[in-house]
Ligand binder design. Structure first.
Ligand SMILES: CC(C)(COP(=O)(O)OP(=O)(O)OC[C@H]1O[C@@H](n2cnc3c(N)ncnc32)[C@H](O)[C@@H]1OP(=O)(O)O)[C@@H](O)C(=O)NCCC(=O)NCCS
Length: 436
């Protein structure tokens, strides 16, 4: 963990957060990393909040072993019958977010947000979110991010979906392969070998794609079923792509579900393709689309601009649905904007409003090879001005959402949205390849 992530992990709770809960007869506390019993009760609350069953012994143990990187906050109601089970949970940790141009900035990732149905709609989430974001800001995180189960919740806190994800269902019999035929070879490997290869490859490829983050602990083990708490791990099949010179350049993991009515119409669900080269990408997808006894291939958390689209000859064989996926929330405008890359030289002013009072202000962005951001009292005369909320700024940050679209939707105000769009454009479509 970086020192910022370390400091955040063990930082005291925001005083205003603690006193607000106290005034309501509730108690907020961090769950200690060594507190096995407290962690179990916290996990009980998370499972309940997400409508899961009670965790099993194996799930308790694995979660304790792998989730130590999370800063876990619980809100307790000492008047309740099960007072040791929090009525609200909130987890966060320091990670890194890739920006256009391949730079990465520290990000405060948020997860496991639940409030018990007995305590909902009393402002508990609002108090937690504001307090934890204040702590993240005080330590210097320039941005926060999350993935959501419901999309209507986080806009009010300044988050916006900067990355859209697509889910694909491809009828493999209806389409042929028109993509490149990769020169390397495909081999089955063990789940452990696949996990190790994916871990190494992703470290590199995450920096190629805006919107990806460094993986939270234990993630690859869960993806590859090498943790004992993974359901149906025995169904997972792993293949790797090796270049002619012997380099492992890609890994794919999938599982098959049979169709009892027609054994030649099974479905392959691809849980992940990690490709370090275009050849590996083509080689692995070609393999997956040509599996015998399989009529349908499903995959999700793909980008809205997948090369795969151009590798199949019948585009209507693919049913593609898109969904809001990676929500971002700028906390520090100068630090965030100065960290990304801009392909054109231009100067624009941004007047940012933020209902939480974190990121508002007026900023002059000098885009270009070495970008700079100045905080000013008012936009200088003669400089193109954009008026927008912090959620809209967060939406356009990665270049996946056009300011022209947001202007047409009435979400940003500017005399020249096309010029703003050219400033924020990125040459790689953002993607986040998993949930967290
Ligand atoms: C979502 C959840 C955490 C909200 O907690 P809460 O303490 O009831 O939220 P608050 O009382 O602080 O509500 C804050 C605002 O969000 C709104 N809101 C809360 N839950 C919402 C939802 N599911 N959809 C849309 N708006 C929601 C509230 O109406 C309120 O609006 P206001 O600011 O206009 O008054 C809680 O309902 C829950 O645990 N749901 C199940 C698990 C879940 O979906 N977690 C989110 C994971 S991404």
């Amino acid at each position: 963990m970086s020192s910022l992530a370390d400091q955040f992990h063990s930082a005291a709770l925001d005083e205003h957060l603690a006193s607000t809960f106290e005034a309501r007869g509730l108690r907020a506390a961090r769950v200690g990393d060594d507190d096995r019993e407290g962690t179990r009760r916290w996990q009980d609350a998370v499972a309940r909040g997400f409508l899961d069953g009670e965790p099993t012994e194996v799930q308790y143990t694995e979660s304790f072993a792998h989730n130590g990187y999370r800063r876990k906050v619980g809100v307790y109601d000492d008047g309740g019958v099960q007072a040791d089970v929090p009525v609200a949970t909130f987890a966060s940790w320091g990670t890194e977010l890739t920006l256009p141009g391949g730079s990465a900035i520290p990000m405060c990732a948020v997860s496991a947000v639940t409030v018990a149905p007995t305590h909902r709609r009393r402002g508990i989430l609002s108090t937690l979110m504001r307090g934890e974001l204040r702590t993240a800001v005080s330590l210097g995180f320039p941005i926060a991010g999350l993935t959501v189960s419901e999309s209507g919740i986080y806009g009010r806190f300044g988050f916006a979906p900067a990355v859209t994800a697509t889910s694909w269902e491809i009828s493999t019999r209806r389409t042929g392969w028109i993509g490149p035929v990769a020169p390397g070879r495909i081999d089955y490997v063990t789940r452990e070998q696949g996990r190790d290869a994916a871990t190494a490859l992703y470290k590199r490829v995450r920096l190629d794609t805006p919107g990806e983050i460094s993986m939270p602990g234990g993630h690859w083990e869960r993806t590859f079923g090498t943790r004992p708490d993974v359901d149906k791990a025995d169904k997972l099949r792993v293949v790797q792509y090796r270049s002619p010179s012997g380099e492992v350049e890609g890994v794919a993991i999938y599982s098959i579900s049979e169709d009892d009515e027609d054994w030649a119409a099974s479905t392959a669900t691809v849980s992940r393709v990690v490709a370090g080269t275009d050849a590996a990408y083509a080689g692995l997808w070609r393999f997956l689309l040509s599996l015998d006894l399989v009529g349908t291939v499903r995959a999700s958390e793909l980008s809205v601009d997948e090369p795969l689209w151009w590798m199949i000859d019948n585009k209507r064989a693919a049913r593609i649905t898109s969904r809001d996926h990676h929500y971002l929330r700028v906390l520090d405008v100068p630090a965030t904007l100065a960290a990304r890359n801009y392909d054109i030289e231009d100067v624009i002013a941004l007047e940012v409003t933020d209902a939480l009072g974190i990121a508002d202000g007026t900023f002059v962005l000098s885009a270009g090879e070495t970008p700079g951001v100045d905080v000013v009292d008012e936009a200088p005369l003669g400089v193109l001005l954009v008026r927008l909320g912090v959620a809209e700024l967060s939406a356009i940050l990665l270049g996946g959402i056009s300011p022209v679209t947001l202007a047409r939707a009435g979400r940003i105000e500017t005399d020249d949205p096309h010029r703003v769009a050219r400033v924020f454009a990125a040459t790689t479509t953002p993607r986040l390849s998993f949930w967290y």
